[in-house]
Design a protein around this ligand. Structure first.
Ligand code: HEM
Length: 249
């Protein structure tokens, strides 16, 4: 593997790069291996956030006070050592960097993969290889990105929420998934399922880097990724489902 430090070291000006040290993209900039590392690291950060966020959301089943107190705690955690919202904003900055790093790396890797194809297909052959999740990674990523923009305008800023009262998280969520707004609930559920497929395949791809790639190890890693994805879809999905069915009101 080529590291940043060794790239181009000890080469006379103008001399061609040795073939084995050439960055994967062939024109400077990060190598594809480095971009995949960014994808894996940012993916791990976002997955950690998702798990914490899902557990936090489940507080809705403990009642209004419990969820709203948790949301308030997110704003004041770190006080009095740190000013209000410092930790919250630190998490937001890390998360935003992870989202952008993941997105930009995905776009660059996709464009490189397209360029690497010497002749464009006049008729794309039907995709037969790979799992459903693998084939939907890119479109899934686009849907998730659009969902995050809507979701922040809905439940963080309250702009698109029918209740939209700052700090009244329980009431905002209940208003969001009211039966009359079934289309919003459907959009949320589809997005959460897209997150599930994305995590299932993304986590599996990332985990394959570790351990020997025997068939048994592969099957175990695939199993772990599927379980994590199913738990996330069930955990996130349970909230709109509970509001829709009147369990949470
Ligand atoms: C049905 C599922 C979900 C519900 C009910 C839900 C609920 C919420 C609520 C209530 C907030 C505002 C919290 C507050 O202001 O204290 C929030 C923020 C957020 N959620 Fe979700 N969420 C769900 C799914 C997701 C998913 C799948 C993702 C990521 C793909 C996500 C990412 C975020 C982000 C990035 C924020 C903004 C955090 C911030 O800036 O403070 N959420 N969510």
């Amino acid at each position: 593997m080529v590291t940043l430090g060794e790239r181009g070291a000890g080469r006379a000006p103008g001399a061609p790069r040795p073939a084995t040290r050439r960055p994967a993209n062939g024109r400077g900039g990060p190598t594809s291996v480095q971009l995949k590392f960014v994808m894996a690291t940012s993916g791990a950060i976002m997955l950690l956030y998702l798990v914490v966020h899902m557990i936090g959301n489940l507080k809705i089943f403990l009642g209004r006070e419990s969820l709203d107190a948790y949301a308030e705690w997110l704003r004041v955690v770190g006080e009095p050592a740190l000013p209000e919202q410092t930790v919250l904003w630190a998490v937001r900055v890390v998360l935003l960097a992870a989202v952008l790093g993941h997105l930009v790396s995905a776009v660059v890797l996709t464009l490189r993969a397209r360029r690497a194809r010497p002749v464009k297909y006049s008729h794309r052959p039907p995709v037969t290889g790979g799992s459903y999740a693998a084939r939907t990674m890119r479109w899934g990523g686009v849907i998730i990105a659009l969902f995050i923009v809507y979701h922040v305008l809905d439940l963080t800023t309250g702009t698109l929420n029918p209740n939209g009262v700052s700090g009244a998280v329980y009431d905002n969520v209940v208003a969001d998934f009211a039966p009359a707004r079934w289309y919003v609930t459907l959009f949320y559920v589809l997005s959460v399922v897209a997150v599930g497929f994305h995590v299932k395949h993304g986590l599996w791809s990332g985990l394959q880097t570790f351990g020997r790639s025997s068939a048994a190890t592969q099957a175990r890693l695939k199993g772990v990724s599927t379980v994590v994805a199913v738990v996330l879809v069930a955990g996130f999905g349970s909230v709109p489902f509970a509001v829709l069915t009147g369990v949470v009101a």
